[in-house]
Design a protein around this ligand. Sequence first.
Ligand code: UTP
Length: 404
Amino acid sequence: MDYERAKSYLEKRGQTHLLEYYDELSPNDRELLLKDIEITNFSAVTNLSTANAKRGKITPISAVTVNDIKRRSAQFESVGLDFLRAGKVGAVLLAGGQGSRLGFNGPKGKFNIGETRYLSIFEQQMANIAEVTEKSGRHFHLFIMTSRLNNDETVGFFEENKFFGYPKDKIHFYIQDVAPTCDYNGKVFLDERHRVSLAPNGNGGWYSSLVNSGLARIMERDNIEWLNVYSVDNVLQRICDPVFIGATILKGVRCGAKVVRKVNAEEKVGVLCNENGKPSIIEYYEMPENLKNKTKKGELVYRYGVTLNYLFNVHDLNLTLSGKLPYHLAEKAIPHVENGVRITPQAPCGYKLETLVVDMVKLMGTCLAFEIEREKEFAPVKNAEGNDSVATARELLKLNGVEL
Ligand code: UTP
């Protein structure tokens, strides 16, 4: 894109301020700016008012409970193992986040959760995977989504650690797409005078980014029918758990979600429920107080918290493409250029635009809520201290026999 085209392109979108410093830039910086403008998805900021849209009618959802699962685990597991042995299931690790709450400088997966030895989150998760591949006798394709900010360090870390013993040809890294950040009026920020402010587009960007990266060809070539998507921060989670896979497939649904019984109404997890009769997830900060606190026979009515471990049918995931996922506005302090100078505000000054994996569940139409045992499978490392922190995750790992 040359200057003239960029100018008319931005005029149509009300974003010409991005060219404010163009005349003062070096030829090289001009090129970088025009390239950024070309890849920026401006449609994300055109309808800020429709983001964070109103919800439909919320009702509770029933789950296949821990007890149900115990009773039928052999049957579920055998179906799941059949699918794994046939190579029909792959996994996607979401490692594109910035882990700002943890305050760790670098990819979160490199964080040391060991005590007497260095045990990275990545290594612990790869050990969890080994339990499954030993049982099934086959390695599944593992797609790892990184961001522009942490990709090189993440890939380098896997290389240094010889891919934690996993076959190299089964691990595929890809970089998450970006979305612009903007002020409260939808004007896109400049990160520097020659760079548009672009940030990872939220964890809902994982599938479109996978497709855009060209890796979908591997799924087509190898007939991968299901993808187990999981987060980088739960060190106890089971990945490609055959029992979960079998339960979802036998139920005949298009996706499954591993859920955990909330410890109390205030626990900060998204809740799986029905919205206008279809499975849907309401984030904890969007849950109306009266529903959040509602109980029946001493139990929370909306009790199933999501753990960011989902199984999606690949065919149906295509429904989530073509801009169907809404953007959520995350109000943040965003460094940007003001009056020609880059500033780093301490208070929120605009929005990051994020799509969320939770919205994909709604688009699937059906979803199995699969209850897991918290102490065995849910140890998220979100915060430096307090709830869901390094200390709580370490305790749970030790309870499960992991030497730290
Ligand atoms: P979180 O929602 O906890 O975000 O991510 P985060 O960026 O890791 O942490 P905070 O909120 O800044 O403290 C849940 C999962 O989604 C991934 C994360 O890496 C984590 O596995 N994620 C999040 C992405 O892959 N890309 C994103 O843009 C955001």
